[in-house]
Ligand binder design. Structure first.
Ligand SMILES: [Cu+2]
Length: 157
């Protein structure tokens, strides 16, 4: 048995258990999922906390798991019909605020997956903030996650 695997797993577990903290930006409870098992696209969801004391904006994201990454939200185009659209100017994070990305709402869109998003694998996603700069988040793949599971549980801030 290789020594490297358990150590890597332990490090990954530590990263997953704790919110990512970089210059007061916290990323809580991130997960990613494919749109469907054969889909070429997927999305990542998380809650962002800005405890940095200054206004910030999530302006972009990228990952090796997808050719193109966009910050999306859903708008209602007609009665009950939702359509995804890119968020112009990024996701604003005023000082002291939190932003909850969730299914049917804002999300990090992964377009042109470079491989299948396999259950319990992780992907590294680089979030680019106007002030805090680049923050790399290790995001577990959870294709089984129900839309609102965990939204009100877990970390309290
Ligand atoms: Cu989208």
């Amino acid at each position: 048995m290789s020594l490297r695997t358990p150590i890597a797993a332990a490090i990954a577990a530590t990263l997953l258990a704790c919110p990512v903290l970089a210059d007061g930006i916290m990323v809580v409870d991130p997960y990613a999922r494919a749109a469907s098992p054969a889909a070429k696209s997927g999305a990542a969801f998380m809650t962002l906390h800005n405890d940095s004391g200054q206004d910030d904006t999530l302006i972009a994201a990228r990952t090796e798991a997808a050719v193109r990454v966009e910050l999306h939200t859903h708008i209602e185009v007609s009665d009950g019909v939702l359509q995804m659209t890119e968020i112009e100017g990024g996701i604003a994070l005023p000082a002291g605020s939190m932003h909850h990305m969730k299914r049917g709402g804002d999300h990090v869109m992964l377009m042109g997956l470079t491989g299948p998003l396999e259950q319990d694998a992780t992907i590294d996603v680089t979030l680019v903030f106007e002030q805090a700069g680049e923050v790399v988040v290790t995001i577990p793949v959870d294709n089984d996650r129900k839309p609102e599971a965990g939204a009100h549980g877990g970390h309290g801030h």
